[in-house]
Design a protein around this ligand. Structure first.
Ligand SMILES: [Zn+2]
Length: 194
């Protein structure tokens, strides 16, 4: 089994605070940099893209190009559309599958063991390889169980989509601290009122 890529990131909340959203998939996290909703845009420059990718793939080095940023935005929009389709139990659009297959066909980041005598070769992956790695991870999800495990948060006012990685496949909330707690508070109030 491949070592898993770290997931989760901070979001700004309306009250000025921050909250942590772990979407369960690196591709979905990437889609939440602005692919679902322009209000959450966090990739304004190629440098923003580079910083985001190195947070997930320590091997990535070098500044992405403007072209990389354009490609990244098209890829994350594809992830977002496919996730929404899967959350509704629908198949992805053939055009979106084409985009995924294009990115997945490019070289990703090769696995490497630590402890060799040569340090050369570390920190040399390019932006495109990281995008390919995310896409291949997405292909694995869609080849397995996307329609059973990609869901909308159970709070009907939330609208966030996550990939449920849990063995029991019973995750309900985007975040326990956010929607999960709100639901607990509501349940408590209605018990207290009753
Ligand atoms: Zn939620």
């Amino acid at each position: 089994m491949r070592p898993s890529i770290p997931t989760g990131q901070w979001f700004a909340s309306r009250d000025g605070g921050r909250w942590w959203f772990d979407s369960g998939s690196v591709a979905l996290d990437f889609a939440y940099t602005g692919g679902f909703d322009a209000r959450w845009e966090s990739l304004n420059t190629p440098g923003d893209l580079g910083a985001w990718l190195t947070g997930r793939f320590s091997e990535v080095a070098g500044e992405p190009s403007d072209r990389d940023l354009t490609d990244a935005k098209s890829l994350r929009l594809t992830f977002a559309r496919m996730a929404l389709a899967a959350s509704r139990g629908e198949d992805p659009a053939p055009g979106d599958v084409d985009v995924i297959n294009l990115f997945a066909a490019t070289p990703d980041i090769p696995p490497a063991l630590p402890g060799g005598s040569r340090q050369a070769g570390r920190s040399t992956a390019r932006t495109g390889q990281a995008m390919s790695a995310m896409t291949r991870d997405w292909v694995e999800i869609f080849s397995a169980d996307a329609s059973e495990r990609i869901r909308l948060c159970a709070d009907p006012t939330c609208g966030l989509v996550f990939y449920d990685e849990s063995r029991s496949n019973n995750r309900r909330w985007c975040s326990m601290q956010r929607c999960g707690n709100r639901a607990k508070v509501r349940a408590h109030r209605s018990r207290a009122a009753g």
